[in-house]
Design a protein around this ligand. Structure first.
Ligand code: F6P
Length: 327
């Protein structure tokens, strides 16, 4: 493989807090090693539309604390076609870009693999999504910040829930994964949690709520958006017939979960991964994703990051069950 001298970096899929810290690390580490770095706007969409420009130290000044992504992001339908990918690669050639660093989720990694398989473009994938649903890493960039945002919101909802003696169903994001729901439930002291990884039993949930309300007369039920019985609104409607006399409300937290200044954890994770990605490309490595397992950065074939749903943490589920109020 020829030496890597000019690299491209993009963010793709849903934005996640910490993406800017990662872009900053890539740019600084790469320039420090004598490489040129090109920012590709709006992910694969911008690659097809030739919205590519060289990045300097100045471009990544004062961005470590910013949420979102300074490069922009998109979910590109055109890139799913061979014609779209041909255009994208032609633009990479125009800028003589030899390799790519891709920050995003499983769809981003799958797009990268297509570039490698069809056009031999070396890629390194970094997991960036609030959902924490990527194989091969304990943590994705953005997940920790999202958890903190959810916990702050649930604390506020708890104030009004307890004042009015209400049962609140709070819906959180995560697509088919219950990581955000489970761990925000633990951290916010939610009375119950409903996640896609376990079967939701509506009559049992009603019993749990009645048991909880004997003492405290309010409860918070966190609902993962991908739960098998539906979102917070649907679940509230299904459980209502069992809960005569209870005051029920639902709240969908929505996109506030994706925004905000990244936590220290996400900034450090993003920085370590960004620097490592540059090192790997300089060493001539390709088709890898970086993960963090425990405290250590690890690498896997990037395919690993595209292999469907990630099992949730059983110990977290057991932890919550052990704290359930029993009637
Ligand atoms: O993957 C991140 C995520 O925020 C999911 O949790 C959510 O289901 C989805 O993106 C929402 O996507 P959009 O912003 O396109 O509505």
């Amino acid at each position: 493989m020829s030496e890597v001298k000019r690299i491209g970096v993009l963010t793709s899929g849903g934005d996640a807090p910490g993406m800017n810290a990662c872009i900053r690390a890539v740019v600084k580490a790469a320039i420090g090693k004598g490489l040129k770095v090109f920012g590709i706007e709006d992910g694969y969409k911008g690659m097809i539309e030739n919205r590519i420009k060289e990045l300097s130290y100045i471009d990544v000044n004062n961005v470590i604390h910013l949420g979102g992504t300074i490069l922009g992001t998109a979910r590109s339908e055109a890139f799913k076609t061979r014609e779209g990918r041909e255009k994208a690669v032609a633009n990479l050639k125009l800028h003589q870009i030899d390799a790519l660093i891709l920050i995003g989720g499983d769809g981003t990694f799958a797009g990268g693999m297509a570039l490698t398989n069809e056009f031999d473009v070396p890629v390194i994938g970094l997991p960036g999504t609030i959902d924490n649903d990527i194989h091969g890493t304990d943590f994705t960039i953005g997940y920790d910040t999202c958890l903190n945002t959810v916990v702050e919101a649930v604390d506020k909802i708890r104030d009004t829930a307890s004042s009015h003696h209400r049962v609140f169903f709070v819906e959180v994001m995560g697509r088919a994964s219950g990581y955000i729901a489970l761990n925000s439930a633990i951290a916010s002291g939610a009375e119950s949690v409903l996640i896609p990884e376990t079967v939701t039993d509506i009559p049992l949930l009603a019993k749990e709520i009645k048991d909880q309300n004997k003492g405290i007369r309010s409860s918070i039920i966190i609902v993962a958006e991908g739960d098998d019985e539906g979102g917070a609104k649907e679940i509230m409607a299904k459980v209502k017939p069992y809960l005569e006399g209870y005051d029920l409300r639902y709240s969908i937290l929505g996109h506030i979960q994706r925004g905000g200044s990244p936590s220290a954890f996400d900034r450090i994770l993003a920085t370590r991964m960004g620097v490592k990605a540059v090192e790997l490309l300089v060493e001539g490595k390709k088709s890898l994703m970086i993960g963090q397992i425990g405290r250590d950065l690890v690498t896997h074939n990037i395919l690993e990051g595209t292999t469907g749903t990630v099992p949730n943490d059983d110990s977290g589920i057991q932890l919550l069950e052990s704290l359930l109020t029993k009637g």
